[in-house]
Every structure is written in C-alpha cells, then in structure tokens.
Design a protein. Structure first.
Length: 307
C-alpha cells in the first residue's frame, strides 16, 4: 500500500481534561504508532477538544484554565493541537456534534470531502457544480498541475496548525471564517481523509449503559466516523463491544490499539492527579507534565477542591 492510498487520519479526543494528563498525550502517541504499524493509515494530526463549562461535572474548572493547561501539555508536540470551538459555544455540545463540526471545518480548509468509515463519498467537490465532469475540476489538463497527496497533506498540515490551537477570546466563529478560503482545488480520489474519535476503553464501555448515549448519535459516531480505542485499567474492548448491539454492528469501525506498552493507563486519570495535588503528593509528577503543574500551582487550581 503506497502513501497515497493509505487512509489519512486526524485523531480527535473529547473530554473534560480537568486537568490534561501525561496519559492523555500518551493515548495520542500510542494510537498513532499503532495505526502506522497496521500499514493502512497515516495520522496527520491530533485534536484535543475540552468540554464546555456547562457540562456540569463536579470540580470542573473554567475552560479558560483547561484550554491553557491543554496548550501547555501539547506545546512540544508537532502534531497535536488544542481546539477551543467546543468551549466557545453557548452550551454543552455532544461528542457527535463536535465530530461533525471538525469534519465540516476540514472540508472547508482542505477543499475536499471527508469520507465516512465505510463508503467513499460521491459528493461533488465543494464549489464544483454537479453537472461538470471531473476533467474540468482542474485549471487545465496538465498532470503536473494536479494536487498530489503530498501537496494536499501540506495544506492540511498548514491548516491544522492554524485552526487547532488555543486562541484569545474572540467573536464566535471568527476563527472558522478566517480559514474558509484556504481550500486547495482537488479531486476526492487524491486523498482519503477521516476524523476518528480517540478514547479509552472506559468511554467505549459507557456506550453500553442504557440511556446514557443517544442511539442516533452512537450510530453516527461509530457508523460514520469510527473510533480508536486505547485499553485502560484492564478493560477488554472486545468484551465491551459484545454488550452493545450498535458496537457489534460497527465492530469493524472500532480500532483497538494493541502494542507492547507497559505503561499503566491509570496515569490518564485526571481524578487521581487532582487528589495528588490536594494531598501534596509528590507522585503528581507521574500524572502531569511540569508546565501544567506549574500553572495549576500558580493559579491555585484544585488545591482546595473536593472533586
């Protein structure tokens, strides 16, 4: 399988990130390494999307702080970015709506149609009249003028670095609109690009709790987008999937990370990191990177909290 025929992936993680831990970043790294080893995927970006303040979780600090901590945690990464869109909305957004937002945004900044997990899109390219043939998509018929996968990836990478970052407060949607004209003219066949939800097996297990998730949203998340699941705390994703009819139905769309990592995924736990902070436990360095710890201490976050 060549570089141009592999599926190009953006990993999207939604969550409280209260605070973001070393384990959260490790999930991105492990997922990317595993997807690359399969030989079927190229991960071109990662997006951290903190939940809206109105989510109402006990002990949830302001999104202003959570966005800053997330940005500090990924500042040394050349492929993971923090996106504030979810926090900037008027109210809490479902995971499904966050995925759809980023899919629509990537359509705009790349000029291409993102495919669903199962079936390639046959939707005409954005801005391309439906009654025109594919031969007229390009300015001319010179093969060298056609955008290659490398050119498209360059544009996607450039766009991703611009749209997936923490920005100062601004008028809503400004950061979307300013990127609306970045598209590169291309044909769908040039590159297959998907956004996959990155999560731990605990989130996958929550899909099996009756009434917790909207079934229509689950159909979209697993059926249209797909998931990359990092096992944690001894949970068996295969067993979990067998307890949900929707997960069984779309089992092929759920990629379970399998690697030789000996790192306990308990370090993902924001709860344990908060408890360590409250108790003055020096092991907090096992959970949080130093810039995040410094920010927490400077801002006096979690220290006297009970959540």
């Amino acid at each position: 399988m060549t570089e141009t025929t592999k599926t190009h992936v953006i990993l999207l993680a939604c969550g409280s990130f209260n605070p973001i831990t070393k384990g959260h970043i490790q999930m991105f790294e492990r997922a990317r390494d595993y997807l690359h080893k399969t030989g079927r995927f190229i991960v071109i970006g990662g997006i951290v999307s903190p939940v809206h303040d109105s989510y109402g979780k006990t002990g949830l600090v302001s999104s202003r702080h959570r966005l800053t901590m997330c940005q500090l945690a990924v500042q040394s990464s050349d492929w993971i970015r923090v996106d504030p869109w979810e926090c900037y909305q008027d109210t809490w957004q479902t995971t499904c709506s966050v995925l759809e937002h980023h899919r629509d945004l990537m359509k705009r900044v790349t000029g291409c149609i993102l495919s669903n997990v199962n079936t390639p899109s046959i939707t005409p390219m954005i801005g391309q009249p439906q009654n025109e043939s594919s031969q007229n998509i390009y300015q001319n018929n010179n093969v060298s003028s056609k955008p290659t996968a490398a050119k498209i990836l360059g544009k996607v990478g450039e766009s991703l670095s611009r749209i997936c970052c923490v920005r100062p407060p601004m008028e809503r949607f400004t950061f979307v609109d300013e990127n609306a004209n970045l598209g590169t003219v291309m044909r769908y066949e040039e590159i297959e690009l998907r956004i996959l939800l990155l999560c731990g097996s605990d989130l996958l297990e929550s899909f099996c709790i009756p009434g917790l998730w909207n079934e229509a949203d689950m159909e979209v998340i697993v059926g249209e987008f797909g998931m990359v699941v990092v096992p944690r705390d001894g949970a068996d994703p295969e067993r979990i999937m067998n307890h949900s009819s929707i997960l069984r139905k779309y089992k092929n769309n759920i990629l379970v990370v399998k690697d030789d990592s000996n790192h306990p995924m308990s370090v993902v736990s924001s709860t344990k990191s908060r408890l360590a902070l409250q108790h003055g436990d020096g092991h907090v360095v096992d959970y949080l990177c130093q810039p995040v710890i410094d920010y927490i201490l400077k801002s006096q976050l979690y220290i006297n909290a009970s959540g």
